[in-house]
Design a protein around this ligand. Structure first.
Ligand code: FNR
Length: 479
């Protein structure tokens, strides 16, 4: 009876909605309603490439129509559209350790707050009576057309959120043509993700290891995986003072999580034959239930069979070698030459917050900078990335693209960052929460929501193309 009611309601709503629905990934249940199936079959356009499909599928009006049409059939969105409710829902799903690792920041977390406050201070000033009936959200970056000025930030240890981890991100981003940045601390090797992505854009993020052979190996693998760019993250040569993780005494890497790029690397595997570097702190070893459980986690995380790994020293050795080799604190501008000479891929520096450093990046032949404070995870009381953006854009003067991340929570934030001169933004925590709640489908939904809200903000502000967004569309709010 309920199904019949839903069917009739959908039948009445279909004619006005169908022109808006387009080629949407409607769930099977909805597609099977005869009225909607009939209408979709007759009216669905057939896109021929991912960008075109994204344009059709992600338009704000279509996305809204899809959500409301599904509601008629009794289906709610997979993930909350409000960013706070999204985080709350994910928190309820994650373990306390996983939530702390994802949500946490440095010290009293004022940098996380500052990132958001900077967005909130900027207010959009719309213009009216302009024809905004034809719009595009597409932008060009390094010769590729992207569906919107949005990329997926590199985020490590995604296995904390979902079993499919990076692979879910790879599949979801490839479905929309949104670039994914493989994290150096991924849970799934880059080759596995790349194999699931077809020709969809992907970049690789590098933490500069103490071992340059390992750095060169990561870069070679990124090239072989079809990456367009290497993102060198410079703000995490040491782990920030992350109070939530410290209070739980929890660091995922010590359980073998988030080191899949290492354990799948030939240079790293060869290192395992040698003695691991001396640890920074020696703690008297006691065998407890906790330490046994940590050992089992390392064994499970290590590639190969569980039983064989139980007998092997490799899982523990991999963690010890990773800790010993993770990152260099003595890295300088001169070291960038090593990378520049080794690869023709674009190189971007992530963690730039000072205009002088942005200028030096240009001088050192870098292809882009990412204005970022690592989502407030590194220094408490750090400048908000959005506040740092305008001076960097002014210094760079369009010579290389300037990207931004930190606190981007929806399409209106994308608009504000673009208005202040960002070529594109990286989305961080929100996609981890979407992953935790609904895996690959959750990320696809999140991205479509982001693009839809960006499209809507663009049109409602009186603009038709991201290239038309300038500071004129903004007014800084009076505090
Ligand atoms: C990160 N970030 C990050 N950055 C990076 O270069 N390599 C990495 O492996 C990680 N790992 C990582 C894990 C987690 C759980 C988070 C939340 C973040 C930083 C990330 O790329 C980005 O800079 C921030 O997430 C942006 O801030 P928001 O959007 O999360 O506020």
């Amino acid at each position: 009876m309920q199904a019949l009611g839903q069917h009739l309601a959908a039948r009445r709503l279909v004619p006005p909605l169908v022109g808006l629905v387009g080629d949407l990934a409607l769930d099977q249940q909805l597609r099977e309603l005869p009225a909607l199936r009939f209408a979709l079959e007759r009216h669905t356009p057939r896109p021929c490439n991912p960008v075109a499909r994204t344009r059709i599928a992600s338009g704000a009006v279509q996305r809204q129509a899809e959500v409301y049409a599904r509601g008629v059939a009794g289906t709610k969105p997979l993930i909350p559209t409000d960013p706070r409710r999204l985080e709350d829902a994910a928190r309820a799903r994650l373990t306390p350790e996983a939530y702390a690792y994802v949500a946490g920041g440095a010290g009293s977390e004022t940098t996380i707050d500052a990132n958001r406050a900077a967005f909130e201070r900027q207010r959009i000033v719309p213009r009216v009576l302009r024809d905004v009936s034809a719009r595009t959200t597409s932008v060009e970056l390094f010769g590729r057309m992207l569906p919107a000025p949005i990329l997926m930030a590199p985020v490590g240890v995604l296995e904390l959120a979902h079993r499919d981890a990076d692979l879910a991100v790879a599949r979801a981003t490839a479905a929309l043509g949104v670039p994914m940045i493989f994290s150096n601390q991924a849970s799934v090797p880059m080759e596995t993700c790349a194999a699931a992505m077809g020709s969809s854009p992907r970049w690789f993020q590098l933490y500069w290891s103490k071992n340059n052979d390992l750095v060169a190996s990561f870069v070679r693998r990124a090239e072989a995986c079809g990456c367009d760019a290497i993102v060198v993250t410079l703000d995490t040569t040491m782990l920030g003072w992350r109070t939530r993780d410290l209070d739980l005494a929890y660091l995922p890497f010590l359980r073998g999580k988030g080191i899949a790029q290492y354990t799948s690397d030939p240079v790293f595997r060869a290192m395992l034959a040698g003695e691991p570097p001396a640890p920074a702190a020696t703690v008297k070893r006691r065998v407890t239930l906790h330490s046994l459980s940590a050992l089992l986690q390392m064994t499970r995380a290590y590639p190969g069979g569980f039983v064989a790994n139980l007998r092997s020293k490799a899982p523990l050795g991999a963690v010890q070698h990773f800790v010993g080799t993770y990152s260099r604190t003595n890295l300088t501008w001169e070291d960038l030459r090593f990378l520049r000479e080794r690869t023709k891929l674009k190189i971007l520096l992530k963690g730039i917050l000072h205009p002088d450093d942005a200028r030096r990046a240009v001088d050192h032949g870098m292809d882009g900078v990412i204005v970022s404070n690592h989502g407030g995870r590194q220094i408490d009381g750090e400048i908000a990335s959005l506040d740092a953006l305008p001076a960097i854009v002014a210094e760079v003067q369009g010579r290389i693209p300037v990207l931004l991340d930190g606190g981007v929570r929806g399409g209106a934030d994308v608009f504000k960052a673009v208005a202040l001169g960002a070529h594109a933004v990286l989305v961080g925590r929100p996609y981890v929460y979407a992953l935790a709640l609904a895996g690959e489908d959750g990320i696809r939904e999140l991205l479509r929501n982001f693009i839809a809200e960006f499209d809507l903000t663009l049109g409602l502000a009186g603009l038709r193309d991201p290239r038309e967004i300038t500071t004129e569309a903004l007014a800084a709010a009076r505090s």
